[in-house]
Design a protein around this ligand. Sequence first.
Ligand SMILES: NC(=O)c1ccc[n+]([C@@H]2O[C@H](COP(=O)([O-])OP(=O)(O)OC[C@H]3O[C@@H](n4cnc5c(N)ncnc54)[C@H](O)[C@@H]3O)[C@@H](O)[C@H]2O)c1
Length: 265
Amino acid sequence: MTTSQTAVAVVTGGARGIGQACVRKFAALGHPVAILDVNRELGQALADELTAAGVQARYYDCDVADAALVDSVAAQVQQDMGTAGVLVSSAALIPNTESVMDMDLVAHDRMWRVNYHGTVHVCRSFGRQMINAGQGGCMVTLGSINSAGPMPLPAYNPGKAAIARLAQLLAAELGRHHIRVNSVGPTYVMTPQLQARIDAGQRDLAKIMKLHAIDSLPTPADVADAIAFLCSAAARTITGVLLPVDSGWGASATYMTYAGGVPWE
Ligand SMILES: NC(=O)c1ccc[n+]([C@@H]2O[C@H](COP(=O)([O-])OP(=O)(O)OC[C@H]3O[C@@H](n4cnc5c(N)ncnc54)[C@H](O)[C@@H]3O)[C@@H](O)[C@H]2O)c1
């Protein structure tokens, strides 16, 4: 199933970062856009900017961890703008390194609630809307290189593996309703927040770059391009996949750690 350009594109976490790039991408493709976030200041400013540019754009306050709230916001979006044809689930909390033994269990629960349960909530609420409207649709969830292997992020890392599996379950379940469900798996994306973490010593850029096949990291716009591809006619037979947007991390990460060294060094 492909989605028409008049289909409403709903983006959770759309106020900032990758979500914001998706909002801009789908708006540029001609879709009305619904921005769901908890950052009212940024989300409303983005909706106002796009509206001034002639795009049908609205901001909705929506904590994706709250299933009942997500349901009511989905109904409100449908009433205000029409049935969703595209859903991008980008809202998440992004942690710093920690151990399973020492992690704060309250923060651990909250991260699962937002990152994994939040993805389930929005896929259910907007998925039901797509099923009832009978016009099909496309969903893309935000996985990560964390979906592919262990990293010392005890709530975030297994949550991203679960999100990749969830996309497969949903793809199998919703295919008969002409709804495709995929996930993207970005490596470290060069957002202002990543730059801030590098500046604060929480991420080591030299170490990051050693693990990639090519010498630049994806921008939020690169990830949005991959998501738009998955929602396009060009991907009409692609469902249930995790598409890496990873500058070759998947190919290189273990290769670069070979104990005999890499051939060109
Ligand atoms: N940045 C990266 O390097 C990277 C890499 C791989 C995957 N990802 C994934 O991409 C997605 C977006 O990452 P980002 O870098 O743009 O993050 P970000 O922190 O810049 O943006 C996340 C957005 O989600 C919103 N949000 C947080 N909690 C929410 C909640 N409970 N309900 C609704 N909205 C909420 C925030 O307000 C923010 O606008 C996340 O799922 C992240 O795990 C990011």
